[in-house]
Design a protein around this ligand. Structure first.
Ligand SMILES: [Zn+2]
Length: 69
C-alpha cells in the first residue's frame, strides 16, 4: 500500500521539520557535530569548540543582523 507509506513519511517529515524549527527558535542553533565558527568536530550537544569561537560567531551574527553600514 504505497499511499499509506507515503502519508506516513510525509507526516514524519512534517513532525521532524516542526521539531527542528522549534529547536532553532529556542536555541538559535541546532547541534550539527561541528563548531559553527571554525568547523572543528565538537562533542554531543556542543555548537562551538570553545568560548572564543562562540563569541566570534555571535559577533558575526550580530554584524549580519545589523546589515551593511
Ligand atoms: Zn571553533
Amino acid at each position: 500500500m504505497p499511499d499509506e507509506a507515503d502519508l506516513g513519511n510525509d507526516q514524519a517529515e512534517k513532525a521532524l521539520a516542526a521539531s527542528l524549527k522549534a529547536q532553532l527558535g529556542r536555541a538559535g542553533l541546532v547541534y550539527k557535530g561541528r563548531c559553527y565558527y571554525c568547523d572543528t568536530p565538537t562533542p554531543q550537544g556542543q555548537n562551538f569548540c570553545d568560548v572564543d569561537c562562540r563569541d566570534d560567531f555571535e559577533r558575526l551574527e550580530w554584524a549580519r543582523k545589523m546589515g551593511p553600514v
